[in-house]
Structure formats: C-alpha cells, structure tokens
Design a protein around this ligand. Structure first.
Ligand code: SF4
Length: 357
C-alpha cells in the first residue's frame, strides 16, 4: 500500500495535466469543477467552468442568481439536474453554513446533489481529508491493479472498490492521491488497451502480470438504447413565438423548448404534432410545414425530433406536461436556457429570423 501511494504521488506530481481547477484551493471552485466533470469530458468542461466562475464567483452569487441564468450558463453541458441542485445546495450553504462549504463528508452529503463521490472529492481535494473517491477511472485502475474479475457494477465489487480506495486515501496528501488515481485512469490506464509501459504501478499490477488488462474491468452489457420520435412546432403569433418550459424534475428539467411532444407508436409526425399541440398546450393549427429533423443521443435513448413551421394557432394556451410558457421574439427565445437538441432545432429555423404570422 505504501509503495503504491508513493509511486502514485510521485508520478502525479510530475505528470498531472495543468487544469484550471487544479490551480485553486477554493472549495467552491473545486465543487463547481467536480460537479461539471460528472458525465462530461475534461475538454468540454473547461470553457463552461471558466464562464460559470466569472458569472457566479462564489456561493453567495450562485445562491442569489436567477434560476434561468444558472441553467443558461449550464446549457450544453447536459444533465441539467446538476445545475438545479448546485443552486439549491448553494442556497443551503448560504443559509446554514455562513456561505462556506462544510469540510466533512456527512455535512456535504446532506446538501442537494452531493453524493458519495462529490463529497469524497470535496473533502479530500478541497480540505485534504482522508476520504475516498471512486469514479469510472478509479474503478478501472483498481480493478486492473488488484485483479478484480467480477462485474464492476455488482454491489459486492462496488463495496470492495470503496474499501480499497478508502484504505489508499488513509495516507499523506489524500487529495493528491485521489487525483492521481483519477489522472492515471484518464491518461494511462485508459479503457481498452492501457499504456502499461508508462504506468508507475506496472510492477504491482495484477492485470499487467496476467496479461488481461484490456479485458478489465468486467462489465455486463448495457441495456439497448431506446429510440424515441417526437415533433415540435415553431408557433408564431403577432411576431412572437411560443416557448414552453419543462417541469424541474425529469429529463432536461427546467429547460425551454418549442412546444410539441413524443409520437405514439406508428403515428405520422404531422398527425402527432397536431395531437401534441392540442393535448399539451391547448392550441390548434391549420397548417404545418415540415422543416426537417434533428437527431440527438442521450445516455439511454436516441431522440429523433421532427420540426414544423405552423401558422398562427387558435385557442388559449393550456399547459399539460410543461410548467411555464412565454411568447417571445425569436431573439429572446434563443437566449433562454435550452438543451443541445433545441439549439440544433432553432438552427433549422434559419437562426429563428422569421417569426411568421
Ligand atoms: Fe493499468 Fe497497466 Fe498500470 Fe495496470 S500496469 S494499472 S493495467 S496502466
């Protein structure tokens, strides 16, 4: 254990990538980075991290911000519940902890959106507490290093990985040690073929000795991605366009989009659009001109969104499945927080330049 720790720390100090969140000891900034890095690649996070901190430089700024501004700063990163939880937690920190993030795991885990991983990351990286972290990179490194050849997601293996990571973290510089494990997984002990000749742990590594590193970790097959079709409309009225907001819980919660809905089995996009507009926003349209479609891959589903430009709708707006609506100029519409699918959709309407009737 001591030899592994020493090798890891020495390697990390010589080889770590220069990343913006590694230049700070500010727990708030580290919290933002750790939250953004969940499910998102480092290169994609960097510009978002820098813009977010410019805009909301501390807990108080984030707690006091308008929820739409926070979602807007997050738009494009995906998994929007992370942004909503971040702000809810900032408000709790402002109210109950004097604006300073608590430094122990239990108090951190009591905050919205902070699970075992983020609490361990904050406690160890920001406060140098001997707390473990297990993410995908750490799990891969440990499974190869220790020769764990059972399903990496099974409860027994998950328990073991946390126990092993906890034992490793109980030494000098736990924050650096945890980051070293993650960095090794991201740059050397990568998925598929690892780069063992460059690895500081090659002498201690079970999988390297056994020659089956590329086959580890053992993972049972993921469930197939579900395909979903939907239709949405550019609905103009007196120079403005209708935008609707998803309720806070669930997929893309709190994001704005063009009104519409999922198609039923074997339903034609145009027919589905008319039905969805009636059922979900209470409006009827006479004509709907097909503009095109956009495809987007989420973690568990593949969405095909058909887009239509309609005439001015009849009826009064009644929402079902959305929690707010606004009639907006196309320019204002483009500034609302919206997900990547909707950004692609708006681009189809030629930068939303012509609102129609
Ligand atoms: Fe991963 Fe190879 Fe290092 Fe083992 S020796 S931890 S398989 S990179």
């Amino acid at each position: 254990m001591t030899a592994i720790r020493r090798s890891l720390l020495r390697w990390y100090r010589a080889n770590q990538r220069d990343l913006p969140w590694r230049r700070t000891r500010d727990p708030y900034a580290i919290w933002i980075s750790e939250t953004m890095l969940q499910q998102t690649r480092v290169e994609a996070v960097i510009p978002y991290y820098e813009r977010f901190l410019d805009r909301f430089p501390d807990v108080a700024a984030l707690a006091d911000a308008d929820a739409d501004d926070v979602l807007g700063a997050w738009a494009g990163l995906g998994y929007y519940s992370r942004a909503r939880n971040l702000q809810a937690a900032a408000r709790q920190v402002a109210q109950s902890h004097g604006g300073r993030l608590p430094d122990d795991v239990d108090a951190l885990r009591a905050l919205p959106g902070i699970g075992r991983y983020t609490a361990g990351a904050l406690a160890s990286i920001a406060f140098d507490r001997p707390e473990p972290i297990v993410d995908g990179n750490v799990a891969r490194v440990l499974s190869r290093l220790l020769g764990i050849r059972e399903d990496i997601k099974s409860p027994a293996v998950v328990r073991r990985l946390w126990d092993e990571a906890a034992a490793l973290a109980k030494g000098p510089s736990p924050g650096d040690l945890n980051q070293a494990l993650m960095e090794l997984g991201a740059t050397v002990c990568v998925p598929g073929e690892p780069r063992c000749p460059r690895c500081p742990l090659r002498r201690q590594c079970d999988a390297q000795r056994a020659g089956d590193a590329a086959a580890l970790p053992v993972q049972t097959k993921k469930p197939p991605v579900k395909s979903v079709a939907a239709a949405a409309a550019w609905l103009p009225r007196r120079g403005k366009v209708l935008a609707v907001r998803r309720p806070p819980q669930g997929l893309l919660g709190g994001m704005w989009e063009l009104p519409g809905g999922e198609l039923e089995a074997r339903e034609e996009p145009a027919a589905g659009l008319h039905r969805a507009l009636r059922e979900r926003v209470g409006l009827r349209v006479r004509s709907a001109e097909y503009v095109g479609r956009v495809d987007h891959l989420f973690t568990h589903r593949r969405l095909r969104l058909h887009l239509f430009r309609c005439d001015a709708p009849e009826g009064r707006t009644r929402l079902a499945g959305f929690d707010a609506h606004r009639w907006l100029s196309p320019k204002a519409l483009a500034t609302l927080p919206h997900a990547a699918t909707m950004r692609k959709a708006l681009a189809l309407f030629d930068g939303a330049s012509a609102p129609g009737t």
